[in-house]
Design a binder for this molecule. Sequence first.
Ligand code: MN
Length: 716
Amino acid sequence: MIRIQEILDKVVESRPHADVALIQKAYVFSAAAHAGQTRLSGEPYLSHPLSVAFKLAELHMDEATICAGLLHDTVEDTSASIEDIDSQFGEAVADIVDGVTKISLMTFDSKEQAQAENIRKMILAMAEDLRVLVVKLADRLHNMSTLDYQKPHKQKLIAQETLDIYVPLANRLGLHRIKLELEDLSFKYLKPDIFNSISEWLDNNRQSGSEYMDRVRDMIQTMLQENGMSAQIKSRIKHCYSIYRKMMQQNLTLDQVHDIIAFRVIVDDVKQCYAILGLVHAIWKPVHGRFKDYISMPKANMYQSLHTTVIGPDAERIEIQIRTNEMDQLAENGLASHWQYKEGGKVKAKDVKQFTWLRELLDWQKMESDSHEFMRSLKYDLFKDEVYVFTPKGTVVELPEEASPVDFAYSIHTEVGNHCSGAKVNGKLVPLTTPLKNGDTVEIITDTNRHPSRDWLKFVKTAKARTRISHFIRTEERTRSISLGKEMLEKQGRRMGVNFAKALKEGLLEIVAEDFSLKTVEDLLSHVGYARLTPQKVLKKLLPKPEELPAPVEEVRQPEPAKKNKHAESISIKGVDDVLVRFAKCCNPLPGDPIVGFISRGRGVTVHTSDCVNVQNLEAERLIPVFWDGHEDKPYPARIRIISKNVVGGLSLVSTLLAEEKVNIDSGTFHSTVDGNSEIELTVEVRDVAHLYHTIDRLRSLPGMIDVMRFSSSSD
Ligand code: MN
């Protein structure tokens, strides 16, 4: 069991002015709170928080974090409260303990949905203060190292969770050593047979291995001396899990895995790193494709180093990493060694430049309502290696392996992604599916008429792209399904004698939606649009009982096609003369209506009202602004729908009024509706929009009127 003095010594090593008294006080508090408790191993419970705190001290964490490490289980497992901790140790310590407690309280059962939700909460908690996650990782590391005392099925569950979530998070925080330890511990419980055979094999070869390592180390040392340089050289045998991963990736047997020995050459400055790389490559042949320069292109977690694999003595492949002292510190202890602590201040993700990825994670976790999808993206984002590509202006953009130009576009801006229509990589047009490679310069071609397509989901790799594309598609599909549903219901309604538009207006659909257990009328329309409900099924609910059935529909007159083209001269188009102008028959624009022109191929310009439903489906780039230009006093077609109670002589009242207003009736239809009302649809001729609305207003004042409205065939 670690003693408090060891922790204090460790703290003072890296932080000579640390508030040792506060840590000591936290120790006393924790010891009292956990008094009498034991671990499954039989050890006093206190051994656990001490181990966690020691690990945090090794990571050079500040005293608030180390106190939180000592206290992290007191709120969950003892009678201590978060208020106690707040009053005795301050808000910073209390907040970290609170965050860790919240994460611990999450029940990680086998249900993926529940787990995804928990991970989500954890990310939120850790973004508030990254120290929460560091404590949680230290906690998990100690729990993993004492996992033997858990029941076998729990061991596997905890190990899998560690490998899935905590390992990538440790990696992203740059806590490399913790990552390696967690990996090997998880591996040991998840695949005990393979783990044992690898570690046995390593034991058997340890002797020859260490002789070999000494030999190589001497060779490097001599080479450096001959060139007037000196460096610290570390060597190690790779971890079991790294070896296993290599076997899997390259389909090798254990005896075929050669580069299990890694060397690290640590020097004072960057110049020496490259000089030594040159020397190493001069004496040993480098393995093609294995050189990586993370000094000029740091990893997302700020890791910097040169990596190369060479054919060393006895034709053994050896991996050599070359880096400065500072880079080595960062690689070993991660950002923890670099964080600037304001005394008692939180380390928020948004304050740390290196945590762009975490900020983005938070951004899209708000948009992604599907937990399953969130998990999928999270795992991908955390696990994949990254590639670095350039914008045309030379800005570096970091993306996961195999990311596509579409991922790149979304990383620039959602709008760029949503209108991405093509891409140039290194100046050449490429398909949007092309995987990007390190160093590519990527240029996105946008087009306001292009929209995300479902196919993109098959190849995008970033969570951001995936989320924004799904979001777009869902929104668009819903809008489309609602208007389609409405259209289907109106059409079928006319066949069945139900005035759907009216029922909708009168709010009858809300009750129907409820009948189908749907929350809103829009949901109902969308269900019809998606063909989850037939229009008949919905309309039946609106039908009256059999004895109330109305007389068959009575046709007054067939509507004639609207006259075209005779008003073209009343339209002006900016900067364009002599264009054939026609009025759209769907919306019949009247002088005074806001209008818009559509350039139809070879047929001049068609004028629609700005709010015409059809306009929304037209290609936006072919729409042009048009204006009413001092129109003459001549008739324009318009349509009116009149719904009234079936009063005697009603129709003649309408025609008299229209005559008074000098409104010609072009054509019309007459229906008796199911509810005993009558519905008249007229195509009339008016001077302009004011004339039409004045007439409609007067019609509304006639006896028995329920509604009078202008309508267009597109909403018909
Ligand atoms: Mn714990």
